[in-house]
Design a protein around this ligand. Structure first.
Ligand code: G3P
Length: 216
């Protein structure tokens, strides 16, 4: 399973690149707004840092607006993937952008049926939002499991990005389910690296080493 970082924060992206564990970036209008910077500039900067798919989302609500924004964003870098909300207008936009050879990421997916529509429209990626569904008391993992099963059964070529990941358990769970990618906030990448037994082992190695040095 590949990991993307889910952020528009340049410092976090730099730190994740240095770790060597991420192969793409996802953003959304809320993440961009948090940075308080010009959208196109942020996306440009990210595409200089990461050599992999970079999702940039449209904010228009009609197919025409989405396609117009998408064409502008796609000019920024060949790695740009246009994130399109899964609405009827969004499906029309995905269909048109696919025919133009522009990559898309169908986003804010909360059901298997939405994912099936996105795959049939030709979306390069589909992004089920696990955490937000769980926030509503629903079973987010079950939705992801259904999507993985059906995509494998029918050999859909859209790649599944597990999104709205909130903790390391989500990452391990979606990996076991067989998603292609998990997009993860930087904080969760850090949390994934931690284990109290690792800390304990490193401390003990150092202690034993220092004891040896005293004897020599
Ligand atoms: O970028 C899309 C998605 O991962 C957002 O997650 O945490 O805002 O539900 P969240």
């Amino acid at each position: 399973m590949r990991l993307f970082i889910d952020t528009a924060n340049i410092e976090e992206i730099k730190k994740a690149v240095e770790l060597g564990v991420i192969s793409g970036v996802t953003t959304n209008p809320s993440l961009i707004a948090k940075e308080g910077r010009v959208f196109q500039e942020v996306i440009q900067e990210i595409s200089r840092l990461v050599d992999g798919p970079i999702s940039a989302e449209v904010i228009g609500l009609t197919k025409e607006e989405m396609v117009r924004e998408a064409k502008e964003l796609a000019k920024i870098h060949p790695n740009i993937v246009i994130k399109i909300p899964l609405t009827l207008e969004g499906l029309k936009a995905i269909t048109e952008l696919t025919s133009l050879g522009i990559k898309t990421n169908a986003t804010v997916i909360f059901s298997l049926n939405q994912a099936i529509l996105a795959a049939n429209a030709g979306a390069t990626f589909v992004s089920p939002f696990l955490g937000r569904l769980e926030d509503m008391g629903e079973n987010g993992l079950e939705m992801v499991a259904q999507i993985v099963e059906v995509f494998q059964k029918y050999k859909y070529t859209s790649q599944i990005i597990a999104a709205s990941i909130r903790n390391p358990k989500h990452v391990a769970d979606v990996a076991q389910l067989g998603v292609d990618i998990a997009t993860v906030p930087y904080k969760v990448i850090e949390q994934m690296s931690k284990h109290y037994m690792t800390d304990r082992a490193v401390e003990k190695f150092l202690e034993d080493w220092q004891e040896l040095e005293k004897k020599l």
